[in-house]
Design a protein around this ligand. Structure first.
Ligand SMILES: [Zn+2]
Length: 90
């Protein structure tokens, strides 16, 4: 059984481990107290990589965190290419 780590998407500090592999969980964070989405740490690593080196063709900084996690999730877990994503003007 492989333990997966999930990270609080609100404070980005707290992690929990679970014995199953999903893209995210919703639990109350023991650190910040939010009922928050905890994202798979693989997804979080991809998010961090994009934060450090934003994709050229996206206006990454204009996305909110939930959108960034959604894109990271699809890249990591569904094998989509970052090139597949385009940000349309809201
Ligand atoms: Zn938290």
């Amino acid at each position: 059984m492989v333990e997966r780590t999930y990270r609080c998407s609100n404070c980005l500090d707290n992690t929990v481990s679970r014995g199953f592999d999903v893209s995210h969980l919703s639990v109350t964070c023991g650190d910040c107290g939010e009922f928050a989405r905890f994202v798979n740490d693989d997804v979080f690593e991809q998010y961090r990589a994009f934060e450090e080196a934003p994709p050229d063709h996206l206006e990454w900084d204009r996305l909110d965190r939930a959108e960034k996690f959604m894109i990271s999730d699809q890249v990591v877990r569904e094998g989509r290419s970052i090139e597949d994503f385009e940000i349309t003007e809201a």
